[in-house]
Design a protein around this ligand. Structure first.
Ligand SMILES: [Zn+2]
Length: 408
């Protein structure tokens, strides 16, 4: 037995040699890719005055990097040849999102307030000075000699001084590898399911319409080369938090929740209200948005309490909000165009803001669409046809194409 152990030892050592093989960052998150799978226990966590840092026994096989996420900064650099240190300067460490998925560590902030456009310069200066402050967190070993900071590295920080109206654009420039649309990850979320029928008229449940449209949309997006995940592929119940958790776990680029509208029987325009609407999450509370939100949210009181505790309405990332708004406009346009090819008079219900809890937990641009009113007889009939479902699906896909084309 002992002989075998000695024979195995070199292989075990070899296998355990952990390396960081790539670091990618945007203004909203940082992704660290390892050559082997990692676990949270591999990281030693330390609190410091200016935030926290983690040490991991892994060689940094790429250049050190510093990223700025709102008011926070994340620096990844070697502490010794075998230990990489991740220093996170933040005043809101409780909002740090530290997520491990097999070989990838994702760091972001739940409360990542975007850099104000007119204060970019000040923030960048702050970052520079804070870099000096944290310099002594790294071993006196000359880091530059291990990983000479290349030009790209230093421009990455300077980039933040040049961000104007399109922070997402410069984030994408920093990250040329993911520029290709076809690397985009889409999570589709057919509303309701299982015990939760959603809106119902007669025996027809919203959950069936949303599932059909989602399946078709997934098919089209996959044929266009996107990576697509759906929160459900069958008639089963999924909590609101699990829906966005999936999107976060998959590192989705966009999250799209699919619904069909309905009005309360007491409403004046119960039978006449119609049209396609797209919502994105915000604190705005127009009467119409509030009514739709109440209907879509009623399912999950527990989730609402959970997010209320997080006071999520204050924590909406303004960058994500802007991106969600853009995504909503593109998808609304795509749906209308395709639906109108089929039925000329389809009504544009508009792009609206609303407090939708299903979108609250998502860390990426996310929208909720209402593909028509079930309480409107004509739209209910249409929504059950394959033709209309296909048109909406094509519209969603066209909208996604347009969004990525323009914004990345
Ligand atoms: Zn719904």
């Amino acid at each position: 037995m002992r002989v075998f152990l000695f024979l195995l030892l070199p292989f075990l050592v070899f296998a355990s040699h952990l390396k960081i093989i790539s670091i990618k960052g945007t203004n909203s998150e940082v992704q660290v890719q390892f050559n082997n799978s990692i676990k949270e226990k591999d990281f030693s966590k330390y609190s410091i005055n200016s935030g926290i840092y983690y040490d991991i026994k892994a060689e940094l096989a790429v250049s050190k990097e510093t990223f700025k996420l709102g008011k926070n900064s994340i620096k990844i650099a070697p502490n010794t040849k075998t230990i990489t240190r991740i220093v996170i300067e933040t005043k809101e460490s409780e909002n740090l999102y530290f997520n491990i998925n097999n070989k990838r560590l994702t760091l972001s902030f739940k409360n990542n307030s975007a850099t104000k456009i007119d204060s970019n310069k000040t923030n960048a200066n702050n970052l520079e000075s804070s870099n000096l402050n944290i310099a002594n967190l790294f071993n006196s070993l000359d880091l530059k000699s291990i990983n000479p900071s290349n030009k790209q590295d230093s421009t990455k920080i300077k980039d933040s001084t040049q961000q104007t109206d399109s922070t997402l654009k410069s984030a994408a420039q920093n990250n040329t590898q993911t520029n290709n649309n076809k690397n985009k990850i889409i999570v589709l979320d057919p509303g309701h399911g299982g015990k939760d029928c959603g809106a119902s008229v007669g025996k027809i449940c919203e959950k069936t319409i949303t599932l059909n449209i989602s399946k078709k949309t997934a098919e089209i997006l996959k044929s266009r080369g996107y990576a697509v995940y759906t929160t459900r592929n069958s008639d089963k119940y999924i909590s609101l938090t699990d829906r966005t958790k999936m999107a976060n776990d998959k590192n989705a680029d966009v999250f799209i929740s699919i619904h069909a509208n309905a009005l309360d029987k007491k409403s004046k325009n119960y039978k006449s209200a119609n049209g396609i609407e797209t919502y994105f999450l915000s604190t705005a509370r127009s009467e119409r948005a509030k009514k739709v939100a109440e209907l879509e949210n009623k399912d999950d009181i527990e989730v609402m309490n959970y997010f209320s505790k997080l006071s999520f309405l204050n924590s909406i990332n303004s960058q994500r909000l802007l991106a969600s708004n853009k995504l909503a406009i593109d998808i609304q346009g795509g749906m209308l165009m395709n639906a109108r090819n089929l039925h000329k008079g389809v009504i544009d219900g508009g792009v609206r803001e609303g407090p939708f809890w299903v979108l609250a937990g998502a860390l990426m641009p996310s929208i909720l669409i209402e593909v028509g009113y079930m309480t409107n007889a004509l739209e209910l009939t249409r929504m059950q046809t394959k033709e209309y479902q296909n048109a909406i699906a094509s519209g969603i896909a066209d909208g996604i194409d347009g969004y990525f084309l323009k914004n990345f």
